[in-house]
Design a protein around this ligand. Sequence first.
Ligand code: T46
Length: 158
Amino acid sequence: MEKKEIVKNCYYLEAEKYKDGFDGWLGILEHKKQVPFAIKRVYFIYNLVNHENVVRGKHAHKQLEQAMFCINGSCDIMVDDGVKREKIKLDKTHTGLYLGPKLWHEMRNFDNNCILLVLASDFYDAGDYIRDYQKFIEHIKNDSPGGGGPLFLTDLKM
Ligand code: T46
């Protein structure tokens, strides 16, 4: 799949598909092939009680790279690089998203039985999270002079 950025540091990933005769499909994710970073951690979001109202994420990472695949059901992911914001529906098992660092993201509209599989480039580190949107904007401004931008908290809509 073409690596066309949706917003900065975010693009679609495609798992390799293998059709196993009458025995179903196999999805394959491998470092340097379908996933651009070495995978150190895997976690999954599932069993979402009150799934219609669940909001996950609402943060950015300073360094962490992640790949997300909705391997069952669907959900929406809002990605915001500080300048541009897009909402993406993940509803195909084999099509996922690469989320690089410095990207505000929020996941909503989970459907029943949604399972979001996440591959991460590093171990869990609470210090890598920016959980305040204004601090995220400051962080990217400091990081790239002239960067960061015109968005305000009141623009947050999904
Ligand atoms: C992200 C989105 C997509 C751990 O101890 N280890 C882990 O690997 C993770 C992911 C979480 N936790 C603990 C930390 C918190 O006490 O689990 C609790 C809930 O984590 P959080 O509020 O970060 O959950 P989400 O779903 O909002 O965010 C998670 C990831 O943390 C984050 O990196 O990008 O999923």
